[in-house]
Design a protein around this ligand. Structure first.
Ligand code: PEP
Length: 249
């Protein structure tokens, strides 16, 4: 039976005390959940949340990391620091990093390769803006983000990669891609991965959907053949909404 990968991205929310409180509630209420689970608190709460999730079925994720192991990089957090805190998954290429902070494909690719080199799992986010979609550039954009994001990633390292399809127009807007629409784009992502790594690797690749996932729409999205999980923003900030998403079946 398919095991879905349900991940929560807390973005720039929660003090340490608030993060510990939410993580503790999730740990207790999701202890019987069979899906693969991850929460990504802000950097400042990673250590405290790590103590809560240690030994549980919830993986600790980071929302970003620097492209170097160490050095004079003011404001960056290194892969070694994340590993030191018990982080096992890192979200890279999130649309807010791409569009608000100008992260380009080459930078994201450097981070992807560095994270994989150090044994972190990577959630590589891809997605088109509304303008790109309306101009018929959806496939060009998704293909470029996948090809460039995975450049130089060895086939053996691909097992550590999950792709998250997050249409930018659906993130934090309340607008969700229809399950059919999302499934079509996921199938396209799989086709691109197959071109790069072969059919078997493409079929194995987990592809999450992200963009206003809520308790009300999660089951319909997860029912689609090419949707293997969810990357959840707003609805991951409260146990009342994240628990039913993780326990959608
Ligand atoms: C996200 O930030 O990855 C996301 C999908 O946000 P939201 O669920 O709030 O749309």
């Amino acid at each position: 039976m398919k095991r879905y990968f349900i991940a929560g991205n807390w973005k720039m929310h929660k003090t340490v005390a608030e993060a510990v409180s939410l993580a503790s509630e999730l740990r207790d209420r999701l202890s019987d959940c069979r899906e693969k689970l991850m929460i990504a608190p802000p950097f400042t709460a990673l250590q405290a949340v790590s103590e809560v999730t240690r030994g549980s079925n919830i993986l600790l994720g980071a929302q970003n990391m620097g492209p170097e192991e160490s050095g004079a990089h003011t404001g960056e957090v290194s892969v070694l620091m994340l590993k030191d805190l018990g982080v096992s998954v890192v979200i890279l290429g999130h649309s807010e990093r791409r569009h608000t902070y100008g992260e380009h494909d080459a930078l994201i690719n450097a981070k992807v390769r560095l994270a994989l080199k150090h044994g972190l799992e990577v959630i590589l986010c891809v997605g088109e803006t509304l303008e790109e979609r309306e101009h018929g550039a959806l496939e060009t954009v998704i293909r470029r983000q996948l090809v460039e994001g995975l450049r130089g990633v060895e086939p053996s390292a691909l097992l550590g990669v999950t792709v998250a399809y997050e249409p930018v127009w659906a993130i934090g807007t309340g607008k969700t891609a229809t399950p059919e629409d999302a499934d079509t784009v996921h199938a396209f992502c799989r086709k691109v991965v197959a071109e790069l790594y072969g059919q078997e690797a493409a079929l194995r690749m987990p592809i999450q959907y992200g963009g206003s996932v809520k308790p009300e729409n999660v089951a319909a999205l997860m029912a689609k053949q090419n949707i293997d999980g969810a990357l959840v923003g707003g609805a991951s900030l409260k146990a009342e909404s994240f628990v039913p998403i993780a326990k959608f079946r």
